[in-house]
Design a protein around this ligand. Sequence first.
Ligand SMILES: [Zn+2]
Ligand SMILES: [Zn+2]
Ligand SMILES: [Zn+2]
Length: 103
Amino acid sequence: MTLDAQGMDATDRAGLNGQAPRCDHIDQLPTVRYGPPECKECLALGQTWTRLLVCLTCGWVACSDDSQGGHAKAHYQETDHPVAATLGPRSTWRWCYVHWRTV
Ligand SMILES: [Zn+2]
Ligand SMILES: [Zn+2]
Ligand SMILES: [Zn+2]
């Protein structure tokens, strides 16, 4: 019986239609106040950015991977904050660095 129960549990977590398990990081996010719409590290370096992302764990705003600096990714590597979103009132795009996909 113990083996059966574990088997069912694993199936549960696998998700539908062979998709990857859903990202549980987005369930753990607090409500944060976003920082100002600028990448402070780019400003300090005199660089420009393509897009801005906001860390949904702490509200830190930094430039996206396709910007010269890639400071949002650097923020994840420093802090382990897993999920970033594009900055903008209507944005629904969210990226989980741990699962390495949109969530
Ligand atoms: Zn995730
Ligand atoms: Zn930057
Ligand atoms: Zn953060």
